[in-house]
Each structure stands twice: as structure tokens, then as C-alpha cells.
Design a protein around this ligand. Structure first.
Ligand SMILES: C[S@@+](CC[C@H](N)C(=O)[O-])C[C@H]1O[C@@H](n2cnc3c(N)ncnc32)[C@H](O)[C@@H]1O
Length: 282
């Protein structure tokens, strides 16, 4: 019989192998149009949930590196941020959802010059109230080290070095009964949609009224189709919101022509605000 410690060690080893097989590094994409859309929705979700005082557990299953300098080799390689945060950085006031998100990004660039871009871990950290908690999961060893270094002294943040889907079994349901799970995979593996579906099935069994936000790309010739998810997960229409944004040619990222955010159990009032904002987007 294998001991629990040995099984844990084998899982860790398998995770490390898997991570090394993945070539995706978010630094090449930080601040691109997809990030802007995803992070604006994320901030709006957090704000809506925080209208109630009870503490919330936030889980970022695919966290990546937290904060990105926009003058380093990886971010400068394709300058994807030019078409994303760069395009809206100096905008006059937009919709309140965008203005709130932009104010947060500006917090990380206090001298007014766009020098760095906060990823989802940093945005979530910035939004935590004293009674909220944040769990960050990441499979890639280099990104894990970055997260561990950045949040080593932070009592409200826990970094899990491993598979974000597997981690959900350990961290759901949250203590206190309120939680948001952001699932933002790199969609490199053909099996990603199956892993996502299986993880959500289990997560919803543990935490049926949790809020789940899932980002997905629409790539020419390889669209991710999440329209089957509500049926597979047994969700009714009120529990499912799927928002998409299309990118005009000058904002296209390779073959990605659009992306979406699917939200399970979106706070009721936010649905309307998101719909109103969505109608203002190109
Ligand atoms: C799209 S990036 C995340 C970006 C980040 N959420 C943000 O918005 O700033 C996806 C990350 O997930 C990591 N990853 C891939 N598969 C994973 C898994 N099964 N569990 C945890 N992390 C994973 C990748 O190494 C990559 O850093």
C-alpha cells in the first residue's frame, strides 16, 4: 500500500512534469485585450460580492505571476499590452466597470506612466478586505516561485504549488460559505475542456452556490465551446451568464478573434450592469 505522503509526492512529481510540458507564460500576453476584458469583469464581480459584509474566499486556480513589468523582454516581445491596457490607459471616463478596473491598474502605476500590469492575483489581493482570503494555484515552477516570494509574508494569501483543479477539492466549500473561483487556463491542452468540466462538476457538488468565473478564447479553427456546460453541470438559465467580446482586426492576437467569460451564479444585480457595459463594447 502506498502511504499518503508517497501519493502526495507522486502527484507533485507528475505536476512538475506536466508544468514543464506547458510552454505558456502569461508575461508574453500581460495586459492584452483579453486581460483587460477578463480583469474588468473580475473586479466587477468582486465588488458586487463585497456589497455584503461577510468574508469571501477567492480562489485563482490558474494564477500565473501576479505582476508584470512592461519593459522586460517577455512583455516587449509582442507588445500585446499596446492593444489592450495601452489603448484604454489614457481614456476619458468610460463605463463605471472600466473606470473602476482602470483605477486599480493605476494604483500599481502611481506616477501616471504605464510601467507595469497587475495580473489577477495582484488585482484580487488589492481588493481583499481584512476578512477576505485569497488562494492562488499555479503549476509552473517559475511562476510558483514568483508567487511564493511575493506573498511569503502575507497572512491573507495562500499559494498552492500544484494543479488548480485538484486544489478545488481541498479548498471548497470555503469556511464562512462565500467564495469566488476564477478559472483562467492557458487552454494549451486538448483535454482542458474535459478537465474543466470534471472540476466544475465536483466543485458544484461541494459548493453549489459559489460564484465561478471561467475565461475562454475563441480561436479561428479551434473555438472553445462552453455552451454545453450548463447542461452538463445541471445549471438553469439564471445560474449561467456567458459574455463575449470580439476583437477588431487591430486588436487581434494571432488567431484569437474573441474571448469570453462564463459566470456561474453571477450576483443578480451585476448581471444587469454587465449587460449594460457589454452593450458599450465594440
Ligand atoms: C492564462 S495564465 C493565468 C493568468 C492570470 N489568471 C491572470 O489573469 O493574470 C494560465 C496559467 O495557468 C498555469 N497553469 C496551467 N495549467 C494549470 C493547472 N492545471 N493548474 C494550475 N495552473 C496551471 C500556467 O502555467 C499559466 O501560468
Amino acid at each position: 500500500m502506498l502511504s499518503a505522503a508517497r501519493i502526495e509526492a507522486m502527484i507533485h512529481f507528475w505536476n512538475q512534469i506536466q508544468a514543464l510540458m506547458l510552454s505558456y507564460r502569461h508575461a508574453f500576453h500581460a495586459g492584452n485585450p483579453a486581460d483587460v476584458f477578463k480583469h474588468a469583469v473580475l473586479v466587477a464581480l468582486v465588488r458586487a460580492m463585497q456589497e455584503k459584509p461577510r468574508g469571501i474566499q477567492f480562489v485563482d486556480t490558474h494564477a500565473a505571476a501576479a505582476l508584470y513589468e512592461l519593459n522586460d523582454a517577455e512583455t516587449l516581445k509582442n507588445r500585446e499590452f499596446d492593444a489592450g491596457i495601452g489603448r484604454v490607459w489614457s481614456s476619458p471616463p468610460l463605463h463605471p466597470i472600466m473606470d473602476d478596473y482602470l483605477a486599480l491598474v493605476r494604483h500599481f502605476n502611481p506616477d501616471g506612466r504605464l510601467a507595469c500590469y497587475p495580473g489577477s492575483p495582484m488585482l484580487l489581493r488589492q481588493l481583499l478586505r481584512p476578512n477576505d482570503r485569497l488562494i492562488l494555484c499555479e503549476l509552473h515552477p517559475a511562476e510558483q516561485r514568483r508567487l511564493q516570494t511575493r506573498f511569503a509574508e502575507d497572512g491573507q494569501v495562500r499559494v498552492i504549488a500544484g494543479d488548480g483543479y485538484a486544489a478545488l477539492k481541498k479548498v471548497l466549500p470555503p469556511q464562512g460559505g462565500r467564495g469566488l473561483v476564477l478559472i483562467d487556463p492557458s487552454w494549451e491542452l486538448k483535454s482542458e475542456a474535459d478537465s474543466l468540466t470534471a472540476a466544475l462538476q465536483q466543485a458544484l457538488q461541494r459548493f453549489a452556490h459559489g460564484v465561478y468565473a471561467i475565461w475562454y478564447p475563441l480561436i479561428e479553427g479551434r473555438d472553445i465551446d462552453l455552451t454545453v456546460l450548463p447542461e452538463k453541470l445541471g445549471l438553469n438559465q439564471d445560474q449561467w451568464l456567458d459574455m463575449r467580446i470580439s476583437f477588431p482586426p487591430e486588436q487581434r492576437l494571432g488567431r484569437m478573434r474573441a474571448c469570453g467569460m462564463a459566470i456561474i451564479n453571477c450576483p443578480y444585480r451585476l448581471r444587469q450592469t454587465l449587460a449594460e457595459w457589454h452593450s458599450t463594447l465594440s
